[in-house]
Design a protein around this ligand. Sequence first.
Ligand code: TXA
Ligand code: MG
Length: 325
Amino acid sequence: MTATATDIEQAAGVLRDGGLVALPTETVYGLAANAEDPAAVARIFQVKGRPPSHPLIVHIADAQQLDDWVAEVPAAARLLAERFWPGPLTLVLRRGDRVPLEATGGLETVAVRVPDHPVARALLSAFGGGVTAPSANRFGSVSPTTADHVRAELGNAVDLILDGGSCLVGVESTIVDVTGEMPSILRPGGVTREGLEAVLGHPVAVPSTSGVRVPGQHPSHYAPRARVVLVEPEKVVAEAEAAGEAGHQVGVLLPSSLADLEVKAHAVVALPGAPDAYAHGLYGFLRELDRQGCDLIVASLPAEEGLGLAIANRLRRAAGPRGSV
Ligand code: TXA
Ligand code: MG
């Protein structure tokens, strides 16, 4: 049930008292604390099981507040904020004095975004300040895109969960570093590279396929319990059936181009062909295959354009080496 005005007032009170609120955004659910309260911020790391060196994103109510949180706003940042906020874009800028080092993992830069979800916006307005909010999952696992996912992951560890339905975008925000000479993408997400390039008027660098090397990002992030194996689309069916014969409980993310094929597997998700529907469903599909008891998930990468870039990034990380985080 969607959060009411009373729930939002109560949540603002929880934040003022140094508590933690799970809140819906258009990307994924976040675990929010008052960004200016180092003790509350510290509790986020504790609840998530996240190493304290991993920087958080500060969420603010509107673009006009950006100057209050950062030391400087370069022209490119202003341009991107005007075009994409509120929305699934996070800008990394030089840290303002208001941002405690606890929130930035000790960095002199800070990540900021204005979420586009009525419940998140209402809470930020009612609260008045900024909130640090990582995705509301345990460190390394799949981000929650419904309030039920949050309950399953964090349960009583949070003071209040605001329900805002299922997140429209379904993958996290695009993180763009605007502290250097040229803006660069640190994490692909809900705003496409093509969209950024159209606004900036020049190509934007993206992380290499070998994995992003920025603080707080590791190969095995966004991972379900089941092991994820990536193969060429035309090999998905053969790989799944071979693994099944070898005794695995196999889950398949079946590309829409193969929708007509019969696959013998423990569980099959027929992927939507439209990239926005695929991104919207991605984390739910991985959770569902876990829930059905799969120990191995066979998938392939979509074309790395538009939202496909973010989807492929998450699948690669889900398939990345475990135990290294
Ligand atoms: O869509 C989203 O961005 C969601 C929703 C809740 O807003 N939040 C989210 O937060 O994905 P989190 O903590 O799961 O991921 C934030 C990532 C960190 O892993 C880190 O890599 C990057 O943001 N980050 C934060 N501050 C940074 C900084 N100063 N420099 C470089 N990267 C930074
Ligand atoms: Mg996360």
